[in-house]
Design a protein around this ligand. Structure first.
Ligand SMILES: Cc1ncc(COP(=O)(O)O)c(C=O)c1O
Length: 380
């Protein structure tokens, strides 16, 4: 029997909204111009980029001049790190955390090979860093502090405005990976002393393969690619106009009803969690419950192998995952959960469910029933 698909893996990616798809198609149909062309077709494409920049800027409270489009959140993260280390002498230091996305960890590995020293702050059992440890770890050679705004596996929110104040007072640039924060919380980036912010459209219903980096002072930014003068030379290569237009539209839709959308996702998540904790003995939520983004729930099912549970749920139509999409095919337990002090077994028994505005209460009820039955089956 084919099961109805219930998609609870929205931190991996979200489905582009109908209006977003229509806008993308419209641009591909009639506005195919290269934004760098001098003629009218090119000019129209440039206008689309300008509108998308404005739509995205409004969502995060930025000035349009501070936004550079990129191809992904990964690229934006890499770019921030490269920008702050490229012209430094050997031995400059990056300060980040143990629970960042793989695009940060892998960039750190690369930089280490090039003489940069990397220091990673630990998190407590709630998934939060210690602000005193941050203060003590900053040295004269620190070229960048990078702390994610929201964790992709647990949804835990770091105290970014306090972190930003510490960095400002100590004169060190701050980057935040906001891939899982943008569109899921109110933000006004201009009010915070944050120097770089990475985001990616596909976490808020835009097409995949399009992202952006916010940079407070553009002179701090350095291109990772070499070529033309697109994005003022900060991101050479012809722009992905349809993708950028889609991200702009998705940002506009998000911003219009942001408070309501956040509240809807939170209601869905809270109902889901309450039901699972009620119906599945031995289940427990991982991560700080208070400082958590509205759509994410990471649940440990004690005594059950989460890998088998994810498979069983998938066979019954419920899509969720063990850790992040970027590490799903690794055979190790979640490094985020292990960093929070969970044992390997506990990490393996944990599953991430992440909701979107397109999910429904009916889906929650059906999924919980399937989870309950699957958990019982695997326990036996
Ligand atoms: C926290 C975080 N950072 C960065 C990324 C990378 O974004 P992208 O998939 O656009 O490269 C993701 C996406 O999985 C993420 O969750």
């Amino acid at each position: 029997m084919k099961h109805k698909e219930i998609y609870f893996d929205n931190n991996a990616t979200t489905k582009p909204l109908q209006e977003v798809r229509e806008e993308v198609l419209k641009v591909m149909d009639s506005e195919f111009g290269n934004p760098s062309s001098a003629h009218s077709t090119g000019k129209r494409a440039r206008k689309h980029l300008a509108l998308a920049r404005e739509q995205l800027s409004l969502l995060i409270g930025s000035d349009i001049s501070k936004i550079t489009f990129t191809g992904s959140g990964t690229e934006s993260n890499n770019m921030a790190f490269y920008s702050c280390t490229r012209d430094k002498s050997n031995g400059c230091q990056i300060l980040t955390t143990t629970v960042e996305h793989s695009s940060i960890h892998k960039m750190c590995n690369f930089l280490k090979l090039n003489g940069v020293s990397v220091n990673k702050l630990e998190v407590n059992s709630d998934g939060l860093i210690d602000l005193n440890e941050l203060k003590n770890a900053i040295t004269n050679s620190t070229s960048l502090v990078s702390v994610q705004w929201v964790n992709n596996e647990t949804g835990v929110i770091q105290p970014i405005s306090q972190i930003a104040e510490i960095c400002r007072d100590m004169g060190v640039p701050l980057h935040t990976d906001a891939a899982q924060a943008v569109g899921k919380m109110e933000m006004n980036i201009q009010e915070l002393p944050i120097d770089f912010l990475s985001l990616t459209g596909h976490k808020f219903h835009s097409p995949q393969g399009v992202g952006a980096i916010y940079c407070k002072e553009k002179y701090l930014l350095a291109p990772l690619l070499f070529g033309g003068f697109q994005e003022e030379g900060f991101r050479p290569g012809t722009e992905n106009v349809p993708g950028i237009v889609g991200m702009g539209k998705a940002a506009e839709i998000r911003r219009k009803d942001l408070a309501d959308l956040i509240s809807k996702m939170k209601d869905l998540r809270d109902r889901f969690e309450a039901m699972v904790l009620d119906f599945v003995p031995g289940s427990k939520v991982n991560g700080n419950l208070k400082n958590r983004v509205c759509n994410t729930s990471n649940i440990m099912f004690s005594g059950i192998d989460g890998r088998r549970l994810v498979k069983e749920l998938d066979q019954n139509g419920v899509r969720c995952s063990q850790s992040s999409a970027c590490t799903n095919f690794e055979t190790a337990p979640s490094y985020v959960l292990c960093a929070m002090g969970l044992s390997e077994e506990e990490a393996y028994s944990s599953i991430r469910f992440s909701f979107s505005v397109e999910n429904t209460y009916d889906e929650i009820d059906s999924a919980v029933k399937i989870i309950r039955e699957s958990a019982e089956k695997l326990k036996n």
